[in-house]
Design a protein around this ligand. Structure first.
Ligand code: THU
Length: 134
C-alpha cells in the first residue's frame, strides 16, 4: 500500500467520526508490515473525558485483534488548515507498541507531513523502562 492510499483510508474514516461536541472529525489508518490496515475515528461522549481519538481507536482495534508488533505507519487526518498531529495521549499509547512508527499527519486539503513517532515523543517512557522489553 502506498502512503497516498493509507492517507486516503484515514480521510475516508472522517465520515465515521462521532464528533457532535467538537465538530472536529478525525480519521486514522494504521498499517501493519504485512499490509493489514486497522482504521479508526474519534468517538466523543457527553461526558467529554470519556471520548477517544481516532488513532487510539485504530490501535486498540489492532491490539484486540492480536496485533502487537510490526506496525509500519499511521495516517491521521483532520479537516483543518493545520496538519492533524496526534495528541499526547495517542503518542504515548502508540509508543508502547511502535516507537519508530512513521506518522503521516494530514490536513484538510489532503497534504501531509511525515515524522517518526520518537521525534514526536522525545525520550518517551516505554516498556523497556520497566524492564519489560529490550
Ligand atoms: N482528535 C483525534 O481524534 N485525534 C487527534 O490527533 C487530535 C484530536 C479528536 C479528539 C476530539 O474528539 C476532537 O478531535 C477534538 O479534539
Amino acid at each position: 500500500m502506498t502512503d497516498q492510499e493509507l492517507v486516503q483510508r484515514a480521510i475516508d474514516m472522517e465520515e465515521r467520526a462521532y464528533a457532535p461536541y467538537s465538530h472536529f472529525p478525525v480519521g486514522a489508518a494504521l498499517l501493519c508490515e504485512d499490509g493489514t490496515v486497522f482504521t479508526g475515528c474519534n468517538v466523543e461522549n457527553a461526558a467529554y473525558g470519556s471520548s477517544i481519538c481516532a488513532e487510539r481507536t485504530a490501535l486498540v482495534k489492532a491490539v484486540s485483534e492480536g496485533r502487537r508488533t510490526d506496525f509500519a505507519a499511521l495516517a491521521v487526518a483532520g479537516r483543518g488548515e493545520d496538519y492533524c498531529w496526534p495528541c499526547g495521549a495517542c503518542r504515548q499509547m502508540l509508543y508502547e507498541f511502535a516507537p519508530r512508527l512513521r506518522i503521516l499527519a494530514v490536513r484538510g486539503d489532503g497534504a501531509w507531513q511525515e515524522v517518526e513517532l520518537s521525534q514526536l515523543l522525545l525520550h518517551g517512557f516505554g516498556p523497556e523502562q520497566l524492564g519489560e522489553k529490550e
